[in-house]
Design a protein around this ligand. Structure first.
Ligand SMILES: Nc1ncnc2c1ncn2[C@@H]1O[C@H](COP(=O)(O)OP(=O)(O)O)[C@@H](O)[C@H]1O
Ligand SMILES: [Mg+2]
Length: 595
């Protein structure tokens, strides 16, 4: 019955919360016990007040007062201990669960296929990881407990109100909606405005991040004046939302004081008349006022908490969706094969056609067949956008082709565990990815079991050592985000050192010339032969030197393999290659042909 009252979204949120709370069910049970205990003690306080008033003050007997106060203090002590336990345990569970959720979500995300991030913006996922989990934390770590506690208070309080005085209770029952409805209305407005306020503040934050992140462009174009105006608008929008919230909040506080204390006044008057007439005792009246305050404030809290629980249900649903996203790139369910410790490096594309998931009706690779011999250096050349980098993506199995298959050492990629497959590749990407951390950490990115000496040796081979020792802290110089503070050529040489260090049998090299000056290019060119030695190498080539050092060259155009052969053969046979050679490699076709 209860379950049917909840929407599927709320049920899903509950299931997710339970999944993360379950490991801590002992703590949760203790918290629940403390919660019931404190609620019980709070409610019995009313009886304590009644005792103190009736037996202590009214009978004018010091012994009875002593006894009543003693009981009252014992209740206070129990309440204090119970509250400590409840607050500590509930908050602990909240923080603990959110830490677990963040870790699980991240561990899940980092294994998802790259295509997933083309449909789901990384920034949106990041906000789910931070904002949504924070919301869940506030729910598990407080709102849920507030909800339970105040529900107990409302139920227990109403029962005790009736027990204490049915006549007064019926007056309260009529008056309660009159007091609560306006409070609820203003409370809702305040809540929705606080949410808007938070959004506006987020706008302010992202504007600052974007502008300061591109500060050089901002200043180079003298864009500060426009930015000042736009930022002022953003800030003023945040202010005006905040002002509206404050107005509503001020009304709310005023209403609460007026209505609640007014209602208490009316109750005191009606009850006071009864006390004077001797129909009820003064203690009863005091207890009654106490219980109605408890019920009133518990109602107020419940109304606030329910809104928060609903928002948390949304957050839990979004996190649940992230956790349910399945990777498209998985090891096979059965028939798993493993590669030898070191593969020979033989690779084959067999009639491979592939379209990116975001552009399903346009082949990025079309009917491509190509074999690579063990130990061979194969250069891939072709115009920009031809599909060269895509071939690397397919080899590393970031995507699966829609048609045909790819083999490594005779095994189709799809029968392998992706981790086992990628172990055999060292990739130097077109835009080398550097991470927040020191130079040394960036070089040993693929291998953390190597010594400082080995790192230096790799850096020397990659012609990176000389510039590294010139950095302020040498190998321990921290790099900014994405290797900020290094030139393109320096980044690429770090990436080469990184690839050298993993010592994989197959090297995938996406040569980038655009970022390089002649000097860096020369240094990189010198580093390459050592890098390629004893390895099977696929190199996307933009330089004549690389092309001439390759055993064979494959010409790719519009996703298709146009020609394969040596430099000389291709100059003679492939007009596209001759054109590329003349334009891109700066090699006059006639000169190359003659020599
Ligand atoms: N992630 C992607 N999603 C959709 N299309 C892509 C993606 N990456 C590349 N492409 C497209 O695939 C084609 C081949 O790209 P790419 O392999 O990067 O070319 P190359 O490396 O030869 O310059 C291009 O038309 C490019 O726009
Ligand atoms: Mg490319």
């Amino acid at each position: 019955m209860m379950v049917n009252l909840l929407s599927s979204r709320q049920r899903q949120a509950l299931r997710l919360s339970w999944r993360f709370i379950r490991p801590y069910r002992v703590q949760a049970a203790c918290a629940l016990l403390a919660l019931v205990l404190t609620a019980g003690v709070t409610l019995s306080m009313g009886q304590g007040i009644k005792l103190v008033v009736d037996e202590g003050f009214m009978t004018q007997s010091p012994e009875l007062l002593n006894r009543s106060i003693l009981i009252f203090l014992l209740l206070v002590l129990a309440l204090a201990v119970g509250t400590f336990t409840r607050f500590y345990l509930v908050s602990w569970i909240g923080e603990r669960c959110v830490a677990d959720i963040r870790r699980q979500v991240f561990e899940h995300l980092i294994e998802l296929h790259p295509g997933f991030y083309e449909n789901n913006r990384a920034s949106e996922i990041q906000s789910r990881l931070t904002a949504d989990t924070t919301l869940l934390q506030s729910v598990i770590g407080s709102s849920l407990s507030l909800f339970l506690r105040n529900s107990l208070m409302v139920i227990g309080g109403i029962v005790l109100l009736f027990v204490t005085n049915p006549k007064l209770t019926s007056i309260v029952a009529v008056a309660l909606p009159l007091v609560l409805v306006p409070i609820l209305v203003f409370g809702r407005r305040v809540r929705s405005l606080s949410r808007q306020s938070q959004d506006r503040i987020a706008d302010v934050g992202s504007y600052v991040a974007e502008t300061l992140g591109q500060i050089k462009t901002v200043q180079a174009y003298n864009h500060q004046r426009t930015d000042r105006v736009r930022f002022a608008d953003t800030v003023e929008a945040a202010f005006s939302t905040a002002r509206q919230r404050i107005v509503q909040r001020a009304w709310l506080v005023t209403l609460v004081i007026l209505l609640v204390l007014g209602a208490v006044g009316v109750m005191l008057w009606v009850g006071g008349m009864d006390v004077i007439a001797g129909r009820i005792s003064a203690g009863e009246l005091a207890a009654f006022v106490f219980y109605s305050l408890i019920v009133g404030s518990a109602f107020g809290t419940l109304s606030e908490v329910i809104g928060e629980l609903q928002r948390a249900a949304g957050a839990a649903q979004r996190i649940g969706e992230l956790l349910q996203a399945r990777s498209d790139i998985l090891p096979p369910e059965y028939g798993l094969r493993t590669l030898p410790a070191r593969v020979s490096g033989a690779m084959a594309f067999e009639a491979v056609s592939f379209a990116y998931p975001s552009r399903p009706d346009q082949w990025a690779i079309e009917g491509l067949s190509l074999t690579v011999e063990p130990g061979e250096t194969l250069a891939l050349v072709g115009p920009s956008g031809a599909g060269k980098s895509t071939l690397f993506d397919l080899l590393l199995r970031f995507y699966d082709p829609q048609q045909g298959r790819i083999l490594i050492d005779g095994q189709p990629l799809t029968v392998l565990d992706p981790h086992d497959l990628r172990r055999h590749f060292a990739l130097v990407a077109q835009t080398p990815a550097l991470f927040y951390g020191t130079v040394q950490e960036n070089i040993r990115y693929g291998r953390d079991d190597v010594s400082r000496g080995q790192v230096e040796a790799a850096a020397r081979i990659a012609h990176a050592h000389d510039f590294i020792v010139q950095l302020p802290q040498g190998y321990d110089t921290p790099l900014g985000e994405a290797g900020l503070g290094l030139s393109g050529g320096q980044r690429q040489r770090l990436a080469i050192a990184r690839a050298l260090l993993v010592d994989a049998p197959i090297l995938l090299l996406d040569e980038a010339t655009s970022a390089l000056d002649a000097q860096s290019e020369h240094l990189i060119q010198q580093a390459l032969p050592t890098l390629m030695a004893g390895r099977t190498t696929l190199v996307i080539a933009h330089r004549l030197a690389t092309v001439q050092n390759a055993d064979r060259i494959a010409v790719i155009e519009a996703g298709k393999l146009v020609a394969v052969g040596t430099h000389q053969q291709l100059l003679a046979q492939s007009p596209l290659y001759a054109r590329l050679a003349a334009l891109q490699f700066n090699a006059p076709a006639t000169l190359a042909r003659s020599g």
